[in-house]
Write a protein that binds this ligand. Structure first.
Ligand code: FES
Length: 270
């Protein structure tokens, strides 16, 4: 059905002005001269108000989120430097070099660990001197950074530098534990997780991968006055899983007691 459209009908009087924008789009037609007519563009003013309000809310919200994030982040804990930490025996008494050299050697099955410099950073304490009467090749003396009467007492991180397997999955292997002798070394530290091996005579450098970094070595010191043993520093890369060796937990304090590990030993050496 059709209706007659009067001459005042906008679709007749000004069809071009009415249809020069897409169908469905709402458009407000501005007066010919808004200033002269004194008409205010309410749409424009409302949009400006919304923008100002959004800016205020955004700024306030951003401040709140930023403030919340500041307090949501855990504080970085760690130590400001390497302390001189006394090593204690399994029974809590000060460990002496004399006792260590008497009870432990390169053939010892059980493995000793102590935490240093932080509470969650375990380290092997090894005496790699050959057992009394054993072949010289089953151990070593005068090793890198070794202390004690034969420079054979060393300490290394007990967290693998590959993917971070800790002791006892990574452990010391006395000579003859496995048929393989990586790099010609019959004794070494080996990680049973994926087969990395480390040279205990040379700063725990890599013998086989997949690890490509040595284990951090703990620098030991003997107090000549009473034969006691101290951890004083760390050299090499950071402990695996730590931004640096001094970050990630609280310091151990003035002393650190040994604990004994029963090693997990697999001969999966690459
Ligand atoms: S975690 Fe030690 S070899 Fe992979």
């Amino acid at each position: 059905m059709e209706f007659d459209c009067p001459s005042t009908c906008p679709f007749v009087a000004a069809p071009a002005a009415a249809l020069d924008f897409p169908v469905g789009q709402v458009r407000r037609l501005a007066p010919a001269n808004p200033v002269a007519t004194g008409e205010v563009d309410e749409t424009k003013r409302n949009v400006q108000k919304l923008l100002v309000a959004a800016g205020v809310v955004g700024a306030a919200g951003g401040g709140l989120v930023g403030g919340s994030l500041q307090y949501a982040q855990p504080p970085m804990i760690g130590a400001t430097g390497y302390a001189r930490v006394q090593l204690l025996d399994l029974d809590g008494t000060p460990l002496t070099v004399t006792k260590l050299e008497k009870e432990y050697n390169a053939n010892t099955d059980a493995v000793l660990t102590f935490n240093y410099p932080l509470r969650n950073e375990p380290n092997f304490l090894l005496n790699v001197a050959p057992a009394p009467g054993a072949a010289a090749s089953s151990g070593a003396i005068n090793v890198l950074n070794g202390v004690g009467t034969q420079k054979s007492i060393v300490a290394f991180s007990a967290i693998c530098q590959h993917l971070g397997c800790p002791a006892p999955a990574i452990s010391y292997y006395p000579a003859g534990t496995c048929p393989q002798t990586p790099g010609g070394k019959p004794f070494y530290i080996h990680c049973s997780c994926h087969g990395s091996t480390y040279d205990v005579t040379n700063g725990a450098s890599n013998l086989t991968g997949p690890a490509v970094l040595p284990l951090p070595q703990i620098i030991l010191e003997v107090d000549a006055s009473d034969d006691t043993l101290y951890a004083v520093n760390s050299v090499g890369p950071p402990v695996n899983g730590h931004l640096d060796t001094l970050s990630g937990d609280y310091p151990v304090g003035n002393s650190s007691q040994l604990s004994q590990q029963t090693p997990i030993r697999l001969c999966n050496i690459g």
